[in-house]
Design a protein around this ligand. Structure first.
Ligand SMILES: C[S@@+](CC[C@H](N)C(=O)[O-])C[C@H]1O[C@@H](n2cnc3c(N)ncnc32)[C@H](O)[C@@H]1O
Length: 345
């Protein structure tokens, strides 16, 4: 079970950029270090070609300790000086590269605000005192070569707004619950739940940038009841093909998913996790736009796994059609939404 330990909060509060620097951070986020590695390699290669030829000019006679082999009465070096010097310099260049990269890796990662332009997105656009999350504008010129940040994970999608308003409307029913959001992105629903004063909110995603944005937003709003966790919905590496074990570890009363079906394997993985959550006695509320084709894969997989018993009708339905009691009577809620009619407050 995930505990809300005070260590996390203290570390989060004290650190200027509110970012943890464990080695588990995905390499794609090591922006400066990656550039440094490329530069160092280039410098190493240039050094190993230019410097040896320069050295050869001043050391044309083999030094004494190399003269180990005699041919026609003349001492021959075992390895020509040029090659030896090249090898030494290559080693030095390699060593320098690694030392510098190690030094760079041990320095703190830049705060996300140094890499992205962040802006606040309020639950109610016209009310600056309503809870908010961060969204990011990614500048492609600042991306490390070969690295793409996930645009989808840094924006607030209509489903997240619908989920947030629905959670707010049902605040009394969920007040004492431990809630976990899966595939949270900027996590507007999680931040709204933290603002409602729920005892424990866990915002999860695979994307470290998204999780950093959530941590930063939680810190600035002084939400100590919210933590983030890296969770992969696909769980392709897992024995059961799902990351279902995470349900036992988190042990939430309610799991929220808003617009997470990015591809078929996420949809299938999400279905496996949903089933596991329902079996554990938890509730699952899923939000998806009608134009998200992968949501049907999710539904199909749920049917195959036997989730029918947890829902009254196995189809996507508008959240306005439900009354509060229904949220508690049916563990599995499948919310459909039309992005044209989404409330922006
Ligand atoms: C369209 S965004 C929705 C973000 C947020 N839930 C919202 O509605 O604003 C899809 C989210 O799913 C996450 N995601 C995609 N594949 C994932 C995976 N395998 N495991 C966990 N999260 C994943 C992405 O990182 C992204 O944050």
């Amino acid at each position: 079970m995930i505990e809300f330990d005070s260590t996390h909060k203290t570390q989060a509060k004290e650190h200027p950029s509110f970012v943890s620097y464990e080695s588990t951070v995905p390499p794609r986020y090591h922006f400066r270090e990656y550039n440094q590695l490329v530069i160092n390699k280039g410098v190493g290669i240039i050094l190993s070609f230019i410097v040896p030829s320069e050295l050869m000019k001043s050391h044309s006679t083999p030094c004494r300790r190399d003269q180990t082999k005699i041919k026609n009465g003349i001492y021959q070096p075992l390895m020509p000086n040029r090659i030896r010097q090249c090898l030494i310099l290559l080693c030095l260049a390699f060593l320098t590269t690694n030392l510098q990269v190690a030094a760079a890796l041990s320095t703190p990662r830049p705060a996300i605000s140094e890499i992205f332009s962040l802006h606040k997105v309020h639950l109610r656009g016209n009310n600056p005192s309503s809870p908010w999350c961060y969204a990011a504008t990614i500048d492609p010129t600042r991306e490390a070569p070969g690295v793409k940040y996930n645009f989808l994970a840094t924006q607030v999608w209509p489903s997240a707004r619908t989920a947030s308003f629905l959670l707010e409307r049902n605040a009394d029913a969920i007040r004492d619950w431990k809630v976990c959001e899966l595939g949270c992105g900027p996590a507007l629903p999680s931040l709204v739940m933290a603002d409602l004063g729920l005892p424990q909110v866990i915002a999860t995603d695979l994307d470290q940038v998204a999780l950093d944005m959530v941590q930063e937003a939680a810190r600035e709003q002084a939400f100590e009841n919210l933590i983030t966790k890296c969770v992969d919905l696909t769980g392709e590496e897992q024995e059961d093909g799902y990351s279902a074990a995470i349900i036992e570890e988190i042990g939430a009363d309610l799991y929220i998913m808003s617009d997470v079906f990015e591809n078929a394997s996420v949809a299938r993985g999400a279905a496996g996790i949903t089933m596991k959550a329902l079996q554990s006695g938890a509730k699952v509320w899923t939000f998806a736009q009608s134009d998200r084709a992968q949501r049907e894969i999710f539904l199909q997989e749920l049917k195959e796994l036997g989730a029918d018993e947890y829902v009254d009708v196995m189809e996507w339905r508008n959240s306005d059609d439900f009354k509060v009691e229904q949220f508690c009577n049916h563990p599995l809620m499948l919310f459909d939404l039309d992005e044209i009619t989404v409330n922006y407050g």
